[in-house]
Design a binder for this molecule. Structure first.
Ligand code: ATP
Ligand code: MG
Length: 718
């Protein structure tokens, strides 16, 4: 059996098995490879039993991959302790939870379940949804769970007394928190925070359990340490305390989960907080071609809060005529930008790249919609690697089904919509309706209309559902698809229910679906044809079944952490997308920059940064990402030269916007609707609206539709 090749620093990290070791290195320096080799070294060369090693990865996928690799080198062994913190704690609690009364078959609560529980809490305790959004409630609950003391409340208190506590709490936060504990306790469900804190609580309060595990875990290793939260770091510490063999690897520049409690500081503190810690830096980059590394480094240097470990490239640019970093300064519309993207893909594929060599990475999930549509149209195989293809997402399916209720009214669409949002139409009613529909040979919905005055269907909520569908049906044929969509989303209460639960990502996907409808309307002969739109949408929905054979991979940058691909397209390299328009502080901007850095450094041979100036509506105009202007331009090949004046106006607009971030006072906009202005690129135009933020909507005769420009966009008065 052969061990992977290692350089001297990597070998040192592998062989320094005793004590605390901290490996800090940039992307592609072989941290994960070193960690894997160390595991093999412990088992094969030192004869350590895998039962005595805990190896923590960031995702389940990463754990699978690592197990496969280690198995290939060590033979078939039980590698159950190569897992995430979460999976480890679940296992731990199955064994040890009984000491505080956690049953072996406790339920693991995921994010969807959390919202279900909250729903129950709000109903049971009569909390009005507008008092505190679900997202805010989750924050409140998260804040309560910031040490392990609450575990006593959760597991050692009876459900009744938790309920009593929630009922008695005058304070809304307390009510939500104890209500939530009650809902969890009732079913013995433990969420993400609970499993970590419960494990921690047991280790803290039961010395014999602690000793048993500390003796068992002779070696603890953690990959992606830059993204652990405080509780995870504390757990790794306590588990490794007895033997002191804690090995962590990471890159503070790649911290991208601060919203979940990580911070670059945790890693930087590690050498100081662990006695006799050995810090090892890996300074070579094996992954990417030099231009990619150089450009990524030139970007991340704009972060102030960092500990630089910039590796030297090992690989050489093979062919200077074949650039490894390309920036596509997009077309005017999304459609044209996608056309360029597909052309570039086909070109590379023809030149010999297999589909599996490509990845498209984006900042947020809804961005996959445009890319997926383009790939389906071009017949290029792809897989959405993490999460679900756009047209298979719950909210997208739900709202398309609402629209289908206005055309076909089929049973599948009915069953999907009738109880979403909740209208008290459960499986029992569905069964009763099914019997009627079968007997009378009509659809469920027709049967419901026919029997709406009878029990059990004659409830207010169900009547309302029928009224909403009927009202929308009456006008659907004469209206634009977008109007029909807005009407049904508003009247059905579907969108409002997502707003209430604060499910921002789902709302973003609905906004993205609106964009798809707008695209359809600008293309179609008949923008009022709902059946035709639904038919087109169903094409995308059908095509997303698991593709066999080689396929491109689509995923968010967050999901691409730790991975590498020969060719990477960063889609949405535009201001307002990456960095996200929701960035509101300098710290958040540094995190956005790290996200971009992680995305760029996934590429081995070719990185293509793709910007699109606008959407099909062309109502918004986007500048290229500020990160583009921060890159070392000598390393970048532009697909075509920038439009003259674009860089200056983008930078001026950014400077103005950044005053928001730094808190500098803003001058109020001096522009008024009706002002005539001259723009360097778009020519002369007239301002039609000025928003509070100072953003202006301007009609330019050179453009088919008005553009929105950021406050501070350089304009000349004429
Ligand atoms: P990231 O920060 O992105 O997680 P990493 O530091 O974990 O990166 P790895 O994924 O372990 O880096 O390694 C990057 C690539 O370099 C892999 O393809 C790996 O096999 C290769 N590599 C690492 N070390 C060596 C080496 N000594 N010789 C040859 N190839 C190496
Ligand atoms: Mg790695």
């Amino acid at each position: 059996m052969q061990q992977a090749e290692l350089n001297p620093e990597q070998r040192l990290a592998v062989e320094t098995t005793e004590g605390a070791v901290c490996v800090i290195a940039g992307p592609g320096a072989g941290k994960t490879r070193t960690l894997t080799s160390r595991y093999v070294y412990l088992v094969r060369d030192l004869g350590i039993n895998p039962q005595n090693i805990l190896c923590v990865t960031f995702t389940n996928k990463a754990a699978q991959e690592m197990k496969a690799r280690i198995r290939a080198m060590t033979g078939d062994l039980d590698l159950g302790q190569i897992c995430t913190f979460h999976a480890f704690c679940v296992r731990f609690l199955k064994d040890e939870g009984y000491v505080i009364g956690i049953p072996k078959d406790f339920i693991v609560i995921d994010e969807e379940d959390e919202l279900e529980l909250l729903n129950e809490v709000y109903e049971t305790f009569g909390i009005p949804g507008n008092l505190m959004k679900f997202s805010a409630a989750m924050d409140v609950i998260g804040n309560f769970k910031d040490d392990s003391n609450y575990i006593r409340d959760l597991v050692l208190t009876s459900p009744e007394s938790l309920r009593e506590k929630a009922l008695q709490s005058p304070d809304i936060s307390d009510k939500v928190f104890y209500g939530y504990l009650w809902a969890e306790r009732k079913i013995f469900g433990l969420d993400f925070d609970d499993v970590i804190w419960a494990a921690f609580y047991i280790l803290d309060h039961f010395p014999s359990v602690k000793q048993k595990w500390q003796e068992r875990l002779q070696y603890v290793m953690v990959d992606e340490y830059q993204d652990v939260s405080n509780d995870q770091a504390a757990l790794a510490n306590i588990l490794s305390e007895l033997n002191g063999n804690l090995f962590v690897v990471g890159d503070p520049d790649q911290t991208i989960y601060t919203w979940r409690g990580s911070s670059p500081a945790i890693m930087l503190r590690f050498p100081k907080s662990h006695k006799n810690c050995r810090t090892i830096k890996l300074m070579q980059n094996y992954r990417s071609l030099p231009a990619i590394i150089g450009a990524a480094n030139s970007l991340i240097r704009h972060n102030r809060d960092r500990f630089p470990v910039e590796g030297v490239p090992i690989r050489r640019d093979a062919d200077p005529a074949n650039p490894s970093l390309v920036v596509f300064d997009g077309e005017k519309t999304e459609k044209e930008s996608l056309a360029w993207f597909v052309k570039a893909l086909l070109h590379l594929h023809k030149a010999g790249r297999g589909w599996e060599e490509f990845a498209v990475l984006y900042r947020s999930r809804q961005s996959s919609r445009a890319v997926e549509e383009a790939l389906v149209r071009a017949g290029i195989p792809y897989r959405v690697w993490s999460g679900v293809a756009f047209y298979a997402r719950r909210e997208v399916k739900d709202s398309l089904c609402y629209m289908r209720m206005l055309t076909r009214g089929d049973d599948a669409a009915f069953l999907r919509t009738v109880n979403s949002p909740k209208r008290g139409f459960g499986p029992k009613k569905a069964d009763a309706l099914k019997v009627l529909a079968m007997r009378e040979g009509i659809s469920y919905y027709e049967a419901l209309k026919r029997h709406i005055d009878e029990k059990p269907f004659n409830t207010k909520a169900i009547r309302e559902y029928v009224a909403v569908i009927e009202k929308a049906r009456a006008s659907a044929a004469a209206r634009k698809v977008s109007d029909v969509f807005n009407l049904i989303m508003a009247d059905s209460g579907y969108e409002a229910s997502l707003q209430l639960s604060g499910e921002d990502e789902r709302l973003n996907n609905l906004a993205e679906l609106r964009q798809a409808i707008a695209n359809y309307e600008s293309d179609a002969d008949d923008p009022t044809s709902l059946p035709e739109f639904l038919q087109r949408a169903s094409v995308f929905a059908e095509d997303i079944g698991e593709q066999k054979g080689p396929a491109m991979k689509l995923m968010t940058i967050h999901a691409a952490k730790g991975l590498e691909f020969p060719v990477v397209f960063l889609w949405g390299f535009s201001e307002g997308i990456m960095p996200s328009s929701r960035t509101s502080t300098m710290e958040e901007m540094e995190e956005e920059r790290r996200v971009c850095y992680v995305g760029m450094t996934r590429a081995k041979d070719l990185l293509i940064l793709c910007h699109s100036q606008g959407t099909s509506e062309a109502s918004t105009f986007r500048y290229p990402s500020r990160f583009f202007f921060e890159l070392d331009r000598n390393l970048v090949k532009l697909v075509r030269p920038l439009e003259p004046g674009l860089e200056e106006s983008a930078k001026e607009a950014l400077m103005y916007k950044d005053k928001f971030l730094t808190g500098e006072p803003l001058e109020s906009s001096s522009w008024r609707p009706g002002d005539h202005v001259r723009h360097k690129v778009f020519g002369d135009g007239e301002i039609i609206a000025v928003a509070k933020s100072g953003a202006m909507t301007i009609r330019f005769p050179t453009l088919a539709t008005p553009r929105t420009l950021m406050a501070g966009a350089p304009l000349e008065r004429i």
